[in-house]
Design a protein around this ligand. Structure first.
Ligand SMILES: [Zn+2]
Length: 241
Protein backbone atom coordinates (compact mmCIF):
# COMPACT_ATOMS: atom_id res chain seq x y z
CA UNK A 1 0.00 0.00 0.00
CA UNK A 2 1.32 3.42 -0.91
CA UNK A 3 0.38 6.17 1.54
CA UNK A 4 -1.28 9.07 -0.31
CA UNK A 5 0.62 11.83 1.48
CA UNK A 6 -0.92 14.73 -0.47
CA UNK A 7 -4.25 13.95 1.26
CA UNK A 8 -6.12 15.57 2.81
CA UNK A 9 -4.45 18.99 2.49
CA UNK A 10 -0.78 18.73 1.50
CA UNK A 11 -1.41 19.63 -2.16
CA UNK A 12 1.41 22.15 -2.04
CA UNK A 13 4.27 19.75 -1.31
CA UNK A 14 6.37 19.12 -4.44
CA UNK A 15 9.71 18.00 -2.95
CA UNK A 16 9.88 15.02 -0.64
CA UNK A 17 11.73 11.88 0.43
CA UNK A 18 10.31 8.37 0.47
CA UNK A 19 11.47 4.76 0.62
CA UNK A 20 11.39 2.37 -2.33
CA UNK A 21 9.25 -0.75 -1.78
CA UNK A 22 9.69 -2.14 -5.31
CA UNK A 23 11.44 -0.99 -8.50
CA UNK A 24 12.14 -2.18 -12.03
CA UNK A 25 13.37 -0.49 -15.19
CA UNK A 26 9.75 0.53 -15.85
CA UNK A 27 8.33 1.64 -12.51
CA UNK A 28 8.96 2.55 -8.88
CA UNK A 29 6.68 1.93 -5.88
CA UNK A 30 7.22 3.99 -2.72
CA UNK A 31 5.99 3.69 0.88
CA UNK A 32 4.30 7.06 0.42
CA UNK A 33 3.99 9.67 -2.30
CA UNK A 34 2.91 13.24 -2.99
CA UNK A 35 2.63 12.53 -6.73
CA UNK A 36 -1.02 12.72 -7.79
CA UNK A 37 -2.07 9.53 -9.58
CA UNK A 38 -4.32 10.02 -12.59
CA UNK A 39 -8.02 9.88 -11.69
CA UNK A 40 -11.17 11.89 -11.05
CA UNK A 41 -10.67 13.82 -14.29
CA UNK A 42 -7.15 14.97 -13.36
CA UNK A 43 -3.99 13.65 -15.04
CA UNK A 44 -1.11 12.26 -12.99
CA UNK A 45 1.85 14.43 -12.02
CA UNK A 46 5.22 14.43 -13.75
CA UNK A 47 8.64 14.92 -12.15
CA UNK A 48 11.90 13.23 -11.22
CA UNK A 49 13.28 10.70 -8.74
CA UNK A 50 16.92 10.54 -7.73
CA UNK A 51 18.91 8.29 -5.44
CA UNK A 52 22.48 7.38 -4.65
CA UNK A 53 23.74 6.08 -8.02
CA UNK A 54 20.79 6.87 -10.26
CA UNK A 55 17.92 9.04 -11.39
CA UNK A 56 14.75 8.78 -13.42
CA UNK A 57 12.09 10.83 -15.07
CA UNK A 58 8.52 10.13 -13.88
CA UNK A 59 6.47 9.79 -17.07
CA UNK A 60 3.12 8.70 -15.62
CA UNK A 61 1.49 8.02 -12.25
CA UNK A 62 -1.38 5.61 -11.71
CA UNK A 63 -3.14 3.80 -8.91
CA UNK A 64 -2.64 0.06 -9.05
CA UNK A 65 -4.46 -2.01 -6.40
CA UNK A 66 -3.68 0.25 -3.45
CA UNK A 67 -0.21 1.12 -4.71
CA UNK A 68 0.81 4.19 -6.66
CA UNK A 69 2.86 3.17 -9.68
CA UNK A 70 5.36 5.80 -10.83
CA UNK A 71 6.23 4.92 -14.43
CA UNK A 72 9.84 5.86 -15.07
CA UNK A 73 12.46 6.36 -17.71
CA UNK A 74 15.90 5.84 -16.19
CA UNK A 75 18.17 8.81 -16.90
CA UNK A 76 21.17 7.51 -14.94
CA UNK A 77 22.31 4.27 -13.27
CA UNK A 78 20.31 1.21 -12.32
CA UNK A 79 16.84 1.03 -10.72
CA UNK A 80 16.97 1.65 -6.95
CA UNK A 81 17.01 -1.37 -4.61
CA UNK A 82 14.17 -1.98 -2.16
CA UNK A 83 14.71 0.15 0.96
CA UNK A 84 16.54 2.93 -0.89
CA UNK A 85 15.57 6.45 0.18
CA UNK A 86 14.87 8.57 -2.90
CA UNK A 87 14.53 12.30 -3.39
CA UNK A 88 11.44 13.15 -5.39
CA UNK A 89 10.54 16.34 -7.17
CA UNK A 90 7.14 16.98 -8.74
CA UNK A 91 7.02 19.31 -11.76
CA UNK A 92 5.66 22.23 -9.72
CA UNK A 93 4.63 24.47 -12.62
CA UNK A 94 2.50 21.76 -14.18
CA UNK A 95 1.01 20.74 -10.82
CA UNK A 96 0.17 24.38 -10.10
CA UNK A 97 -1.70 24.70 -13.43
CA UNK A 98 -3.61 21.49 -12.75
CA UNK A 99 -4.57 22.65 -9.23
CA UNK A 100 -5.77 26.02 -10.57
CA UNK A 101 -7.70 24.25 -13.34
CA UNK A 102 -9.30 21.77 -10.96
CA UNK A 103 -10.51 24.44 -8.53
CA UNK A 104 -11.73 26.49 -11.52
CA UNK A 105 -13.73 23.44 -12.62
CA UNK A 106 -15.44 23.32 -9.21
CA UNK A 107 -16.31 27.03 -9.49
CA UNK A 108 -17.80 26.67 -12.98
CA UNK A 109 -19.69 23.50 -11.98
CA UNK A 110 -21.26 25.31 -9.03
CA UNK A 111 -22.15 28.41 -11.07
CA UNK A 112 -23.91 26.27 -13.68
CA UNK A 113 -25.73 24.19 -11.03
CA UNK A 114 -27.01 27.33 -9.26
CA UNK A 115 -28.02 29.21 -12.40
CA UNK A 116 -29.24 26.43 -14.71
CA UNK A 117 -29.83 23.44 -12.44
CA UNK A 118 -27.47 21.34 -14.55
CA UNK A 119 -25.22 18.71 -12.93
CA UNK A 120 -21.64 17.94 -13.81
CA UNK A 121 -21.74 14.59 -15.61
CA UNK A 122 -18.00 14.45 -16.25
CA UNK A 123 -14.89 16.56 -16.42
CA UNK A 124 -11.29 16.44 -17.56
CA UNK A 125 -8.78 19.02 -16.42
CA UNK A 126 -5.53 19.59 -18.31
CA UNK A 127 -2.60 21.95 -17.89
CA UNK A 128 -3.67 24.06 -20.88
CA UNK A 129 -7.38 23.45 -21.34
CA UNK A 130 -10.15 21.78 -19.36
CA UNK A 131 -13.66 20.61 -20.11
CA UNK A 132 -16.87 19.91 -18.21
CA UNK A 133 -19.97 18.04 -19.43
CA UNK A 134 -23.28 19.33 -18.05
CA UNK A 135 -26.71 17.77 -18.14
CA UNK A 136 -29.42 18.61 -18.74
CA UNK A 137 -28.21 21.73 -20.47
CA UNK A 138 -28.43 23.79 -23.63
CA UNK A 139 -26.41 27.00 -23.54
CA UNK A 140 -26.45 29.94 -25.93
CA UNK A 141 -23.81 32.65 -26.33
CA UNK A 142 -25.28 34.89 -23.63
CA UNK A 143 -25.34 31.95 -21.19
CA UNK A 144 -21.63 31.39 -21.78
CA UNK A 145 -20.94 35.03 -21.09
CA UNK A 146 -22.99 34.91 -17.89
CA UNK A 147 -21.26 31.74 -16.66
CA UNK A 148 -17.83 33.23 -17.37
CA UNK A 149 -18.70 36.54 -15.66
CA UNK A 150 -20.15 34.96 -12.52
CA UNK A 151 -17.24 32.51 -12.27
CA UNK A 152 -14.71 35.35 -12.54
CA UNK A 153 -16.59 37.53 -10.02
CA UNK A 154 -16.49 34.57 -7.64
CA UNK A 155 -12.75 34.12 -8.14
CA UNK A 156 -12.21 37.82 -7.43
CA UNK A 157 -13.78 37.31 -3.99
CA UNK A 158 -10.66 35.24 -3.23
CA UNK A 159 -12.59 32.78 -1.05
CA UNK A 160 -10.62 30.24 1.00
CA UNK A 161 -10.53 26.63 -0.21
CA UNK A 162 -10.56 24.10 2.62
CA UNK A 163 -9.56 20.46 2.08
CA UNK A 164 -10.24 17.94 4.83
CA UNK A 165 -11.50 14.48 5.67
CA UNK A 166 -15.09 14.25 6.92
CA UNK A 167 -17.25 11.28 7.91
CA UNK A 168 -19.08 9.92 4.88
CA UNK A 169 -22.50 10.25 6.58
CA UNK A 170 -21.89 13.98 7.18
CA UNK A 171 -20.87 14.50 3.57
CA UNK A 172 -23.87 12.56 2.25
CA UNK A 173 -26.29 14.68 4.23
CA UNK A 174 -24.63 18.02 3.41
CA UNK A 175 -23.64 17.79 -0.23
CA UNK A 176 -26.03 19.30 -2.78
CA UNK A 177 -27.57 17.05 -5.38
CA UNK A 178 -25.70 17.54 -8.62
CA UNK A 179 -22.33 18.14 -6.92
CA UNK A 180 -21.30 14.59 -6.08
CA UNK A 181 -21.45 11.25 -7.79
CA UNK A 182 -21.44 9.46 -4.44
CA UNK A 183 -22.69 6.23 -6.01
CA UNK A 184 -19.37 5.99 -7.81
CA UNK A 185 -17.34 6.12 -4.59
CA UNK A 186 -17.22 2.64 -2.94
CA UNK A 187 -19.08 2.49 0.41
CA UNK A 188 -15.84 1.45 2.10
CA UNK A 189 -14.37 4.91 1.50
CA UNK A 190 -15.01 6.65 4.80
CA UNK A 191 -14.04 9.32 5.74
CA UNK A 192 -14.27 11.21 2.46
CA UNK A 193 -11.91 13.96 1.50
CA UNK A 194 -13.94 17.08 0.73
CA UNK A 195 -13.06 20.32 -0.99
CA UNK A 196 -15.02 23.28 0.36
CA UNK A 197 -14.93 26.74 -1.15
CA UNK A 198 -15.93 28.92 1.80
CA UNK A 199 -19.67 29.64 1.70
CA UNK A 200 -19.90 28.73 -1.99
CA UNK A 201 -19.43 25.05 -2.76
CA UNK A 202 -18.59 21.71 -1.14
CA UNK A 203 -18.06 18.33 -2.75
CA UNK A 204 -16.09 15.14 -2.21
CA UNK A 205 -12.95 15.22 -4.38
CA UNK A 206 -9.48 13.67 -4.19
CA UNK A 207 -7.83 16.10 -6.63
CA UNK A 208 -5.28 18.83 -6.02
CA UNK A 209 -6.54 22.36 -5.43
CA UNK A 210 -5.36 25.90 -4.71
CA UNK A 211 -5.84 27.35 -1.20
CA UNK A 212 -7.60 30.57 -2.26
CA UNK A 213 -9.69 31.27 -5.35
CA UNK A 214 -7.55 34.31 -6.26
CA UNK A 215 -4.73 31.92 -7.25
CA UNK A 216 -6.79 30.67 -10.21
CA UNK A 217 -6.44 33.80 -12.34
CA UNK A 218 -9.15 34.47 -14.91
CA UNK A 219 -11.37 31.88 -16.59
CA UNK A 220 -12.16 32.15 -20.27
CA UNK A 221 -14.73 29.83 -21.82
CA UNK A 222 -13.28 29.04 -25.23
CA UNK A 223 -15.67 26.47 -26.68
CA UNK A 224 -19.04 24.79 -26.26
CA UNK A 225 -20.36 21.72 -28.03
CA UNK A 226 -23.36 19.40 -27.78
CA UNK A 227 -22.57 15.86 -26.68
CA UNK A 228 -25.81 14.04 -27.31
CA UNK A 229 -29.33 15.02 -26.47
CA UNK A 230 -29.14 17.08 -23.33
CA UNK A 231 -25.44 17.22 -22.65
CA UNK A 232 -23.34 20.30 -23.21
CA UNK A 233 -19.57 20.42 -23.05
CA UNK A 234 -17.85 23.66 -22.01
CA UNK A 235 -14.12 24.11 -22.50
CA UNK A 236 -12.11 26.74 -20.67
CA UNK A 237 -8.61 28.11 -20.34
CA UNK A 238 -6.97 30.21 -17.63
CA UNK A 239 -5.18 33.51 -17.79
CA UNK A 240 -2.95 35.08 -15.20
CA UNK A 241 -4.27 38.30 -13.74
ZN1 LIG B 1 -12.85 17.76 -8.10
Amino acid sequence: MTELRYLPDADEVTDFRATVTEATNEYVLLDGTYFYPEGGGQPGDRGTLSWDGGSAEVTGVRKDHGDVRHSIELTDGEPPAEGTVIEARIDGGRRDRLSRMHTAQHVVSRVVLDRYGASTAGNQVGPERSRIDFEPASFDASDLEAIEDIANETIERDLAVKKENRPRATVESNVDEGRALLDLIPDSVDPLRVVEIEGFDMCPCGGTHVSRLGEIGRIEIVDRSSKGNETERLEFELWDR
